[in-house]
Structures are given as C-alpha cells and as structure tokens.
Design a protein around this ligand. Structure first.
Ligand code: GCB
Length: 622
C-alpha cells in the first residue's frame, strides 16, 4: 500500500516536473539562413511517412505521448491532415506526429538544429522524450538548437504536437463573432484552414563559430552596382571575407566582425541588373575564418535591382513596369496546403504561359522554393504576411495578441525572404478593417477609428524599419477605410463590382471601378493596382450571353476590368483573383466548398479566361 502511494506521489512529481518544464520559445533569428549542404553544413530532410495520432481531449501530454505513440496511424509529412484523412477533414484540435532518425556521427561537434518549415498553427516539440520548444503561427519556419538532446549512435525520437484552433486572438482570425464569413469550419477568411506539418521538417548542422545571418542590400549608382552585405555571426570578433561571383566578376572584400556584426560594401562595375528579361543572379559567398582555417561558409544567390514608385507607376531598375498576374493559394487536391516542388514549377510555368509576370503570395508567405524559382525565372512577387481577417477594434486582449502575432510574422517573413530580388513589395495585410463586421465601420466612434489606424500603422513602421529597399502596401477591402492608404507606396484594392455588388451587370461594375480608382488616384496621387478582381466560373458551364458562374461571364468581367486599367496611366498592375480554383470552408456562397474564381481549375486546366489572358498578355508583353 505504502509502496503504491509512494509510486503515485513520485509519478505525480515527475509529471509536474514535465508539465512545468520550459518549452523554449523559438527565436526568429534562427530561421534567417535557409539550411544548406556544403563542407561546413549538413542537412537531413525528415520528409516521409510519420506516425500520427488524434488527441481530441488534449490528454496526450499527461499520458506521456511524447515518449512514443501507440495506436497510431500513418501520415505523410509534409501534408495537411484534413486531406489525408476523410474523418478529420474539419478537425482543428490537437494531434501528435512522431518519427525516428539517426543523426550522422560526422555531425558530432557541430550544433544540430531542427527546422519545421510550417506547423499550422501551434506546435510543441520533444526530442527523445524531452521538451524542446514551442512556436505559434503558420506558414513560416521555426528552429531550435537540439544539440544537447541528441543520442549519438542510436535512433532519436522526434515528436511534434500540433493544433490549429480557430480563434479571434490568432492570425489569421477564426471564430469571430459577427465576422464576415459564416462558414464551417469557422475561419474568418476565404480559404480552407488546412492544418498540420504542411512543409518539410529538417535536421541540420552548423559549426559553433558560424554565420547567423546575411542581408544583401542592393543599390545602383550610374552603372555601378552596389551591395551592402551585413554579416552576423555567433563569433563576436571573427574575420572573414565576402566573394561576389558571376558575369566574369570575382570581387573579394575582407571584413572584421565587431560585436557579432560586419558590414561590407561592394561595388560592381558594369553591373548586370536583375530584370524580367535577364534575371541575372550573382553568387554572394561569405567565408568566416581564413583560407587555412575556414570556420563556416554560406553561399546565396541574389540580384541587383532597384524598385521605386512615382505618382503613377512602379519602376523596376528605373523603368516603368506593369504588374500582370494573379493572387493564388497553396492548394491542390490531396496535398491540401502542403508543399510540392512539382506544383511550384507547374504553377509558374502556367503563369508564364498566360503571359503573367507577377503574383501576390495570398494570403500568407509561401514555401521558400517559390521565391528561389521566381528569382531564377524572372518573376515578380508581392510577399504577403498571414495577416488576413485582421481588425483593430473590439476586445483589447485579443487585439494585443493579434498585434503580437503580426509583429512576429513580419520579423520572421522578412528574415526569411529578404534576399530575394523577385520580391518587389511587401503586403502588410489583406483587407484589414477597423471592425470585424464588413461594411459596418460607421457604427464605431471617431476615436476608435483613429486608434485602429494607429495600431495598423505600427505594422507599417516595423516593415519599413526592417526593409528600406522594397515598396510597402496593404490590400484594401471594398467599403474598408481608405484613409489608411496614406501609409502605402501603392494603392492596392480588391474589387468585386459586377460580382458581389451589382451582380450580373459587368458594364455597371466596370463603370464603378473606373470612377473609384479615379477618385483614389486624385486623392492620394499614388499608383493604383487592382490586386483582386474576378468572378466564379464553374468549368464547363456556358451561356450565349454572359451569365454569372459561366466561363463567358468570368472572361468578360476580367476583360472589362483590364480595359478600364488600360485607359488610365496611373494603373500600375492588375492581378486576377484567382490563379486556380481552391478549397474553402463550407458556406452558402461556396458551391461544393470551392472558390471557383480560378482561371485554371483546381487541377490546373485552363478555363476560357486563361486562354483569353494568354492572348491579351502575350501580345501586350512589356
Ligand atoms: C477577397 C479576399 C479573398 C477571397 C475573395 C473572394 O476579397 O481577399 O480571400 O477569396 O475576396 O473570392 O471573395
């Protein structure tokens, strides 16, 4: 009896110790450099089939599931659990993932990290039964140093708990009372809340004295290319060099690290600019140490290009450029939101096929491979945060949490993506609003409106402080506050005249958009972009006269908007909504749980509108 109660007490204490033990919070700085393989650094990709278990009552931690799952099923990583398991399509609560791996003994003496490229939404990691770390937020990576958790010469158990509860204090928001979308699952946005380990999980090793971050800031003086290269290291007082290679150039510059940082300014005579027709990439190689003792090295590819605006246009390398393309989603049957290089390549090929030159990463940062491909292929990207469904009034505690999430997202996104020449503009948020209920902003007081503006402004300030080389904007919703455009370089608006408003009447829709953008340009004297416009079309559905939901109507509406844009010299870009049909939560306006505004079907077959755009955009090539 005594023995039994001592045992109970002991296990309670061990249990308490486990629950109380600190999960480290992920440090955004640890994701700045994408893991690579070279002679100082190694990667082990853990993609494959993992063990998986649902935990609807959140009992797993108390029952020590982190020590190994029993009664599990198998799941592909990367992958969205909602697509792999029909019985879990709408499930958003806790689940557990587990895999095992050996760590190569050649990695001994180095720092070993785990990098999760996306766990939507919150994740906890255990290695060999010990708590490692916690991260909240979707579509961006996080990493932890797990060197002290590794078992050498035996298998290591990696367990990750994930949940994707939809909540008004998270970003994107969900379960918002009075929110715009009455849908199931109750996301406050128009795409399916796919959950899980949607991107790869990696182990990687790096030297103890290492390069932590490299920021390349491009510029141009006459024909002289400029690169300010900021190198951050763990070694507070190291030395090293930067080598720029490419186009018969081999420029070397030594540096000395002070307090973990060095800035090297390099001039490239007769620089070959990164441009759409010649997306030339220089290789930037940073070596820490000297030739006899290389401590660490990292090579990345980037381009020299400038982006600016005047009152009417966006200028790439000083020349006006018209942005034509799409908003899209990471979305495909079976894959859900999980990454697939085949799909990344296919989508870019199809966008080039229709003559597009740009897309916005609606409504979250995409898998990194997208940006590397766009750099290489000469395609422009507007990089968007996961800030969709944002509002800035109401419950203060919830607002503070959303603002904290946004702050972290902006930091993570810019740290991860800052060296891509393809990204010309940051989009701080999609359709933010003063209040959760669309179109009801009149019911709030003037002070509340001002307060909402100040909160939103904080996000802009953060982006501009972190990156002075790109344009910054947000995308405005119909009936949303227009005074917020004072913060932006370009006026970006999503408009559905001829669809949600004046439905069925394309002519009226075109008149309204025309008047509206004239007014906006007059007021702000900035270039205007319509970042979303379009119509749902059920593939194969036709009519002699354009009628809503037919391919003809979609094509005609797109044509009418493009004609309006062509008639105004201050319209600097038109992005059709959407590149392809995509899955949404179920609701009354989403037939079959799909948004059908794609000019391609979900499986990437062109509708009439795609053929039309191809005719129009390949003829009108800049
Ligand atoms: C919007 C949203 C987008 C929706 C789209 C639509 O304004 O930004 O996420 O999918 O409208 O089709 O309603």
């Amino acid at each position: 009896m005594k023995l039994k109660s001592t045992f109970l007490l002991l296990s309670l204490l061990i249990g308490m110790e486990m629950f109380a033990s600190d999960f480290k919070i992920a440090d955004p700085k640890d994701i700045a450099l994408r893991p690579i393989q070279n002679s100082q650094r190694n990667i082990l990709d853990l993609s494959g089939v993992w063990k998986f278990k649902k935990d609807s009552t959140n009992i797993g931690e108390q029952e020590y599931w982190f020590k190994g799952l029993t009664d599990y099923r198998s799941i592909a990583v990367p992958g969205s659990w909602n697509e792999q398991f029909s019985d879990m399509r709408d499930y958003m609560d806790w689940v557990w993932y587990e895999t095992e791996t050996y760590v190569p003994s050649s990695w001994k003496g180095q720092h070993i990290f785990i990098r999760v490229n996306d766990a939507t939404y919150a994740a906890k990691i255990w290695i060999n039964g010990k708590p490692v770390g916690y991260h909240e937020g979707c579509h961006l990576p996080f990493a932890f140093d797990i060197s002290s958790f590794i078992n050498w010469d035996e298998s290591n158990r990696i367990v990750i708990q994930v949940e994707n509860q939809l909540s008004p204090d998270r970003v994107p928001t969900g379960n918002v009372s009075g929110g715009s979308f009455e849908s199931f699952p109750k996301a406050n946005y128009d795409f399916f809340p796919y959950a899980g380990l949607n991107r790869s999980v990696l182990l990687y090793s790096v030297p103890t004295d290492r390069i932590k971050d490299i920021t390349v800031i491009p510029g141009l003086e006459e024909k002289m290319g400029l690169m300010d290269i900021v190198v951050e290291t763990t070694d507070k007082a190291a030395k090293g060099k930067v080598i720029i290679l490419g186009d018969d150039k081999n420029i070397e510059a030594p540096f000395k690290v002070k307090n973990g940082k060095a800035v090297v300014s390099i001039k490239i005579p007769n620089v070959r600019m990164w441009d759409l027709n010649d997306p030339f990439l220089y290789s930037v190689k940073v070596i820490l140490g000297d030739d006899r003792d290389i401590k660490d090295q990292y090579e990345l590819k980037t381009g020299v290009r400038t982006v600016s605006v005047d009152d009417k246009q966006i200028l790439l390398n000083g020349k006006p450029i018209f942005l034509k393309g799409f908003g899209k989603h990471e979305d495909f049957p079976v894959l859900g939101r999980s990454s697939s290089n085949s799909l990344v390549v296919k989508d870019l090929e199809l966008m080039k096929w229709v003559g597009a030159n740009c897309y916005r990463t609606t409504h979250y940062p995409y898998d990194e491979e997208n940006y590397y491909l766009a750099d290489q292929e000469g395609f422009l990207i507007i990089g968007e945060t996961p800030g969709v469904g944002l509002y800035f009034t109401g419950d203060k505690e919830q607002l503070d949490k959303r603002q904290a999430a946004m702050k972290r997202y902006i930091e993570e996104m810019i740290l991860r993506d800052k060296n891509h020449p393809s990204i010309v503009m940051w989009c701080v948020a999609n359709e933010p609003n003063e209040i959760a209920q669309l179109g009801q902003a009149t019911i709030i007081a003037k002070e509340e409106k001002e307060q909402a503006y100040l909160e939103f402004e904080k996000l802009f300030t953060q982006v501009r402080e972190m990156d002075k080389t790109r344009l910054v904007s947000y995308v405005g919703v119909m009936m949303g506050p227009t005074n917020w455009f004072a913060l932006t370089d370009v006026i970006c608006i999503n408009r559905y005249w001829g669809w949600y408003s004046t439905p069925g009447n394309i002519e009226q829709g075109a008149k309204t958009i025309s008047l509206e953008i004239d007014r906006l340009h007059r007021k702000f004297n900035k270039p205007v972009m319509v970042t979303e416009f379009g119509a749902d079309a059920y593939a194969g559905f036709h009519s002699d006269q354009p009628e809503m939901f037919t391919e003809e109507y979609q094509k005609e509406l797109i044509k009418a908007y493009l004609d309006v844009a062509d008639s105004k010299d201050f319209v600097t870009g038109m992005l059709v909504w959407n590149f392809a049909d995509f899955k949404t939560s179920q609701n009354l306006i989403r037939f079959g749980g799909y948004n059908l505004k794609g000019v391609f079907t979900r499986d990437r077959r062109p509708k009439m509108a795609a053929h039309y755009l191809r005719e129009r955009w390949t003829e009108h090539k800049d």
